[in-house]
Design a binder for this molecule. Sequence first.
Ligand SMILES: NC(=O)c1ccc[n+]([C@@H]2O[C@H](COP(=O)([O-])OP(=O)(O)OC[C@H]3O[C@@H](n4cnc5c(N)ncnc54)[C@H](OP(=O)(O)O)[C@@H]3O)[C@@H](O)[C@H]2O)c1
Length: 329
Amino acid sequence: MKKIAVVGCTGAVGLTMLELLENTDYAVECMASARSAGQTLKVGSRSYLISEFSVEACAACDIVFLCVSGKFALQYGRQLSESSFVIDNSSAFRYEPDVPLLVPPVNGAAYQGEKLIANPNCSSAIALMVLGPLHLAYELDSLIVSTYQAASGAGKPAMLELVENTKHFSDYGESNSSSNFPYNLAFNVIPQVDQFESNGYTKEEMKVVWEVRKVLACPDLPISTTAVRVPTLRSHAESLTIKFKQPVNSLSAVRALLQRSPGVEVIDRPDEKRYPMPMTSTYKHAVEVGRIRHNLIYGDCGLDMFISGDQLLRGASLNAFEIMQLVSA
Ligand SMILES: NC(=O)c1ccc[n+]([C@@H]2O[C@H](COP(=O)([O-])OP(=O)(O)OC[C@H]3O[C@@H](n4cnc5c(N)ncnc54)[C@H](OP(=O)(O)O)[C@@H]3O)[C@@H](O)[C@H]2O)c1
């Protein structure tokens, strides 16, 4: 039986990780900061006593899931990987050449036994489930991504803040402050996720550029992203505008290709008002894809589509879980 550590077990990603582990026979150690140590955490039918993070306790585990900040991961990630497989959810190691960045259904075959593995950013991971099979079939030439990101992408406290601010909202012009976002998110949309870089893009937007290129092994692929925070609780949505090198002659062939791709569900019946939405993709393992159409600018070589995926599950914990299955195989 494998022993697993979930570090950051009380957070949004850590809790979703524990939900995935609930029906497995792994022994699970729950770790967090001194603030939570000693408390009992109930997840489904299992109860855990939270212990304070320690390098020694992690070293006794086969696999360590880091569901903590990038700063924390930078401090401990490499050291922990001397004794255990470490799967890191933060951005700390994603761009290091010696650390694989894995979306198992897309580039799992590239894994070569490394002990420190990075899990991609949630927006990148969700998009890659759809971009991976399309790239294999038609070869990407360029990509424009616009994201509609849920509050929980900023962690559990951000989700709770949105719920509270929504309950107490009465009119615009009143309190517009937030502890978790640049402004109040209730009844608002905010075109800033993470900090701005010197090129005018945010770090979140550049993560999509860097990570899609790394996972697809296309270091020069032209990509532009706009990342927007919207007042949904869970599940990101994204609009993808894709130009391919090969012409795409049949939309039914695209739908069939995506429908048989692992972790993808085609919901594309606009005539029946059926398309991807956070309302339907939340808690789902698959990424929903729909609104598939030829793009009016790129003609036969271009597609537009809309996707939605539970970023805590498909965009974080489930991908990490699939990385664990890959390293343990
Ligand atoms: N939220 C998402 O959609 C998402 C998606 C993909 C990746 N990520 C990444 O995943 C990581 C976790 O994100 P999150 O959203 O789950 O954050 P979160 O909800 O804020 O949770 C943070 C966790 O870190 C723990 N922690 C803080 N300081 C610690 C310390 N000194 N020692 C041990 N544990 C400590 C906290 O424990 P206490 O309760 O004790 O404070 C809590 O369990 C981040 O790097 C984030 O960028 C998040």
